[in-house]
Design a protein around this ligand. Structure first.
Ligand code: HEC
Length: 213
């Protein structure tokens, strides 16, 4: 009798553990190790802080550990104390930009800036502006056939965009413009300038290629 009971319980348990069963319940884990941790998830309500925010506001004048203190001209793209855009990429920024090639060489100065900018541009800008910067990126292309509307991003080869001051191109990346969102939180200051350097190179390369649609 006892033997049968044990067998029945064992069978029941083994069936209950069958894989492939769909359940809304969390899995039963006997040795829990790191399954449960005391932690807050992003945006979760905090019971500790009075304002209930888990994600704490950044104290004023905080300096990024990655970037250090940044010259306000580099950061804003405006010449000091004015509302005028810098005409040219600051030399101090160019001097700090470099790029490691696939075969392990470091490109410095202007060459480094353009190479770094090209890589960043291809990551962040081409989905909308396209590899050639003509505005025919995949986001727009899909929207045409996909039944939703995304405004066609500006071509970067437009005469007006070609003649924008470098600082205004920089500020476009940092703050966005009209339908374009800002990329300040994804792209750090120096990389924004590197992208400006690359956009200038791209514009020169396409200037007579008839790329303007
Ligand atoms: C999510 C899509 C999207 C991404 C990503 C994007 N842009 Fe744009 N961009 C736009 C759109 C849309 C416009 C046109 C905005 C308008 O006129 O309403 C635009 C306009 C511009 C302009 C023209 C500004 C002007 O004064 O007319 C520049 C320059 C530009 N983008 C540069 C960039 C660069 C550099 C990047 C990469 C860091 C980038 N964009 C990433 C969508 C995007």
């Amino acid at each position: 009798m006892n033997g049968r009971l044990t067998a029945a319980v064992a069978l029941g348990l083994s069936l209950a553990a069958c894989r492939g069963q769909v359940s809304e319940q969390p899995p039963i884990v006997i040795i829990r190790n790191m399954h449960a941790q005391q932690k807050y998830k992003p945006q979760e309500r905090s019971r500790y802080f009075q304002d209930g925010r888990t994600m704490r506001p950044i104290p004023a004048h905080t300096v990024s550990r990655e970037e250090g203190a940044i010259d306000p001209e580099f950061e804003s793209g405006l010449s000091a104390g004015t509302r005028n855009y810098l005409e040219r990429i600051p030399q101090g920024v160019i001097a700090q930009l470099r790029h490691r090639t696939n075969d392990g060489r470091w490109l410095e100065g202007g060459e480094g800036a353009v190479a770094r900018g090209r890589e960043r541009f291809n990551i962040y800008c081409t989905p909308c502006h396209g590899m050639a910067g003509d505005g025919a990126g995949i986001v727009w292309a899909r929207s045409v056939g996909g039944g939703y509307q995304y405004p066609r991003p500006a071509t970067l080869h437009d005469d007006r965009v070609r003649h924008l001051p470098d600082g205004q191109l920089y500020a476009t990346i940092r703050n966005g413009v009209r339908n374009m969102p800002g990329y300040a939180s994804q792209i750090p200051t120096h990389d924004r300038w590197a992208i400006v350097a690359y956009v200038r190179a791209l514009q020169l390369s396409q200037a007579n290629a008839g790329a303007t649609p």
